[in-house]
Ligand binder design. Structure first.
Ligand code: ADP
Ligand code: ASP
Ligand code: MG
Length: 387
């Protein structure tokens, strides 16, 4: 029998009825002669609620204990799902991240997967069990529970698929990956195939349908991913190598809110020193520009609004622009096409849209605009590039 890893996100296991539906899907898959490993997220908004619970005790809880409380969300959903499968007369076992063999390293709350020892999972599969794994968690070298960062269950699923040499099927509350978030634009196009590279870029640039770390891991280990609706009866999106992907100029538009634009005049300080200071405070930094105006050197960069306090603590000389968003166009064929940038600037110009910054990668263009203009800009791009 072939292995398969199926992952169900929080909205797909949000209540007992949904958990029972997922259990039926797992049993059906098993009856189709598959060894089924299922990774689950915490039910609904449980993770947010657990964070709130921690905050009722401490505004700044220790990250070790925060990881411990957060890991319980996935323990509840995985045990309930195993019970639901057992109710259907099939053998099932729920495993914590540690029991499933997830060894992690790095900071609490943002830990990374070092390796997965799948001995126990494979033994249980051999004995006919459907194995349900608590996503988003593992155990570090000191024996502590760690979590992989928000949305991390996708990465748990791909890591297991890599180890078990099989596909990672990610089931969620939309039918697949679309050209635009279908909740934003109802006529968005569902994509049948998309490359790892484009998916990663979309995920980094705001398409929250998949965790970019999961796609990175999938590309590294050649794991084929499939994103589909949690009823498992509608065709979804395959994420695979580029050569399977039909080319088009621009495939997708996405957006990130809560961007902070930061500027500072460089006086008696090198740019290297400035960024060392920011790095020491672990401040999240994106696009950096250095400009010379009338012989004065200015440096500007983008960060996130939640980093503002930390940046202000470094020096009083920063100036900030808040309430800005990053709107990005992503497409594999962009690297071969000249003229895309011209079309973007023409559209923005013709519609009097003010923008602060433009950055590009080989397969994307990102524009920083006022958040109040974000929807308008997305709609203009959707129309211009027929998304
Ligand atoms: P899960 O709980 O299953 O992990 P998420 O909420 O993390 O689900 O991701 C699914 C959501 O991603 C969808 O509800 C959808 O609104 C959003 N999304 C954002 N961009 C896209 C896109 N380009 N294609 C599909 N879904 C998208
Ligand atoms: N439950 C975790 C979160 O909400 C992990 C996940 O859903 O993937 O971030
Ligand atoms: Mg998710």
């Amino acid at each position: 029998m072939n292995n398969v890893v199926m992952k169900f996100g929080g909205s797909s296991v949000a209540d007992a009825e949904k958990i029972k539906k997922v259990a039926k899907i797992l049993v059906k898959k098993k009856n189709n002669l598959k060894n089924v490993v299922c990774v689950v997220s915490a039910m609904g908004d449980t993770t947010d609620e657990l964070i709130e619970k921690a905050k009722t005790i401490s505004e700044n809880p220790s990250t070790r204990e925060l990881d411990m409380i957060l890991s319980t969300g996935e323990l509840i959903s995985s045990s309930l799902l195993a019970m639901a499968v057992q109710e259907l007369g099939e053998k099932a076992i729920a495993l914590t991240g540690e029991q499933a063999g997830f060894k992690t390293y790095g900071r609490h709350g943002f830990s990374k997967i070092l390796d997965v020892d799948t001995t126990l999972i494979e033994e249980k599969l051999k004995h006919g069990y459907i194995v349900i794994v608590a996503g988003f968690q593992g155990r570090n070298e000191s024996g502590d529970i760690t979590t992989l960062g928000r949305g991390g269950s996708d990465t748990s699923a791909v890591a297991l698929a890599a180890k078990l040499s099989c596909d990672a099927e990610i089931y969620t509350d939309v039918e697949g990956i679309y050209s635009v978030d279908p909740r934003f634009y109802k006529d968005a196009k569902k994509l049948d195939h998309i490359s790892y590279e484009e998916t990663m870029e979309m995920a980094h640039l705001g398409a929250k349908v998949i965790d970019p770390r999961a796609v990175e891991l999938a590309q590294k280990y050649g794991v084929r991913m499939y994103i589909a609706l949690n009823t498992a009866d509608v065709l979804g999106t395959i994420i695979d190598k580029e050569d399977l992907v039909e080319q088009s100029i621009i495939r997708s538009v996405s957006a990130v809110d809560g961007i902070l634009l930061v500027t500072k005049k460089l006086v008696d300080q090198s740019i290297a020193d400035l960024f060392s200071e920011l790095a020491n405070e672990e401040i999240n930094i994106d696009v950096i520009n250095e400009t010379l105006i009338d012989g004065e050197k200015y440096v500007s960069f983008t960060s996130l609004v939640e980093e503002k306090n930390k940046i202000e603590n470094i020096s009083e000389d920063f100036s900030f622009i808040e309430n800005v968003s990053k709107v990005s166009l992503i497409g594999n064929a962009m690297r071969n096409e000249s003229g895309v940038a011209a079309r973007i600037f023409n559209v923005l110009n013709a519609n009097n849209v003010k923008f602060y910054q433009v950055s590009t990668s080989e397969i994307s263009v990102s524009i920083i605009v006022d958040t109040q203009d974000k929807n308008k800009v997305m709609e203009l791009f959707i129309r211009e590039f027929n998304l």
